[in-house]
Design a protein around this ligand. Structure first.
Ligand SMILES: N[C@@H](CCC(=O)N[C@@H](CS)C(=O)NCC(=O)O)C(=O)O
Length: 195
């Protein structure tokens, strides 16, 4: 199998952490790519040209990090990251708060790369408040253990520090910061940190 990723993509990083947690690195080749260059092999796997994309051994492909991480969790030999029991919906809701942070942070980054006169102050403000709202939900109810919500939260926080650093953020979400610090040294997290 082949996983197309770009180093900075938080969505791709979730998949890269999950495949390490499940010991799948010997079955899945990680292929670094630049989506904006529109490489033909990425377009063939992902019609919309986005990472992550996972090409299976039979040639079929899966796109979108939520689908790919659930697939890797299904075939992997490690502890399950998507719980099936009573806690499933609480975990998925936490994961969705993290997903919202990623979506709004990536949108903010893309907006910031536009020429200044073309940026939308309205959307930048809405996304800033949206990010803080979703972080506030995670601050009130941080992930428990290292499940798919924890992976999302670690990735979202690292992406914020990487692309949208804010020295005041740590003071606004102290509990979340302390929670994240517990996972900094985990191999799957350390090996995939964006540079
Ligand atoms: N919902 C998707 C989002 C994927 C996504 O937005 N990927 C970005 C990189 S962070 C991308 O490939 N952008 C290139 C493009 O849109 O052309 C997922 O979870 O996989």
């Amino acid at each position: 199998m082949r996983l197309f990723y770009s180093d900075a993509s938080p969505f791709a990083r979730k998949c890269r952490i999950v495949l390490r947690e499940h010991g799948l690195l010997d079955r899945i080749e990680e292929v670094a790519t630049v989506p904006l260059d529109d490489p033909a092999d990425l377009r063939a796997a992902a019609p919309a040209g986005r990472v992550p994309a996972l090409v299976l051994d039979d040639g079929r492909a899966l796109t979108d990090s939520k689908l790919i991480t659930e697939y890797l969790d299904a075939i992997g030999g490690g502890a399950k990251l998507y719980p099936q029991g009573a806690e499933r919906w609480a975990v998925l809701q936490r994961a969705m708060h993290a997903e919202t942070v990623m979506e709004m942070a990536v949108a903010t980054r893309q907006e910031q790369l536009r020429p200044e006169g073309q940026r939308s102050p309205l959307w930048l403000d809405r996304w800033r408040r949206g990010i803080d709202g979703a972080l506030g939900a995670l601050e009130a109810d941080p992930p428990k253990g290292f499940d798919i919500a924890a992976i999302g939260a670690v990735v979202a926080l690292d992406y914020l520090d990487f692309r949208l650093p804010d020295p005041a953020r740590a003071a606004r979400f102290p509990r979340l910061g302390a929670w994240a610090a517990e996972h900094v040294g985990r191999a799957s997290v350390a090996e995939t940190r964006p540079r």
